[in-house]
Design a protein around this ligand. Structure first.
Ligand code: GLU
Length: 301
């Protein structure tokens, strides 16, 4: 069975475009996260939309408040001003738990399998699906559909993914040893829906999870994202994705000239037309005016 989940196009006059930047504060911003911020900002502002900032800090072990603070400072210094209040996922645990016990309940199940039990198996073999274990005593998985879900990606083209075959029943909340931590896939699905995100632009590394996110949003009866864009990754000299884990150098926004240089380099990486060196805000105004997502498609080839 195939399900094409893109919602019918609505005239843009009805819905204001809403985009977001959703960093995980496991470190400071690096050049990779900067390109995602610049792209999602210029893209949504070129449609006179709102750009929201959401701090994805459910992983309290790896995320640090000082990194969140620095991310906000860097964005301000770069002239990337967000609309509305910043959302911190660490403050929304109650809400995510309500979804587990309410909207998503029918498809959630508790799982007592240890890492050792599942050694070598990438797709969860559903050992606990029919055990009816108590949700609060174990980690919680969600039953994901075993059919293809299609979505159009404005950079990568049409995508078809079967979430069951690609990912299996994902863990959405960890067990008491991990303090019942909410996992990324649940929090991002609920927040993108509740914040009315119409355009999601993010790194290509997350694209394999998109059909699972669409499925969760559908099950939870949340409004779906209308347009997806997965950006080419910035790679280091060894061909690896820049990440906080491989200690990509944090960006330095401590003076205006450095900010302007960072913006120029990011826009160049994003294949955008040349922007003259100027104050960050003016460079961004020019970049917004010239923004063309289609140019990013060349980067993939
Ligand atoms: N929090 C994720 C990250 O920092 C991004 C998630 C998203 O944009 O959906 O990689």
């Amino acid at each position: 069975m195939y399900g094409l989940t893109q919602q019918p196009l609505k005239p843009s006059s009805i819905k204001k475009p809403v985009g977001r930047f959703a960093p995980s504060p496991t470190g400071e911003l690096h050049f990779g996260s900067l390109t995602t911020a610049v792209a999602s900002y210029c893209h949504i502002k070129s449609m006179a939309g709102n750009w929201l900032l959401r701090i994805e800090d459910t992983d309290t072990q790896r995320c640090k408040p000082e990194f969140s603070k620095q991310i906000l400072i860097d964005l301000e210094n770069l002239g990337l001003h967000w609309d509305d209040e910043v959302i911190y996922q660490s403050q929304r645990t109650k809400l995510y738990n309500q979804y587990i016990h309410d909207e998503l309940h029918g498809l959630c199940y508790a799982c007592e399998c240890s890492r050792k039990d599942l050694k070598g198996q990438f797709i969860y073999p559903r050992n606990c699906l029919h055990k009816s274990l108590e949700l609060n005593k174990h980690k919680v998985r969600i039953e994901l559909p075993n059919h293809s879900i299609g979505f159009f990606d404005g950079i990568q083209g049409m995508q078809w993914q079967n979430p069951q075959k690609m990912l299996g029943d994902m863990v959405i909340r960890r067990d008491s040893n991990s303090n019942h931590m909410i996992n990324y896939i649940l929090a991002v699905s609920i927040d993108d829906g509740l914040q009315g995100i119409t355009h999601a632009m993010r790194g290509l590394d997350i694209m394999p999870m998109t059909s699972a996110q669409i499925a969760i949003m559908q099950i939870a009866k949340l409004p779906l994202i209308d347009y997806w864009y997965h950006l080419p990754l910035v790679l280091n000299d060894d061909g690896q994705k820049l990440s906080k884990q491989n200690l990509a150098t944090p960006i330095d926004t401590s003076n205006e000239r450095k900010c302007s240089e960072l913006l120029a380099t990011a826009l160049k990486f994003l294949q955008q037309p040349f922007v003259e060196m100027d104050k960050p805000q003016r460079m961004l105004d020019q970049a917004i005016h010239q923004w063309d997502t289609q140019l990013l498609r060349n980067k993939n080839q």
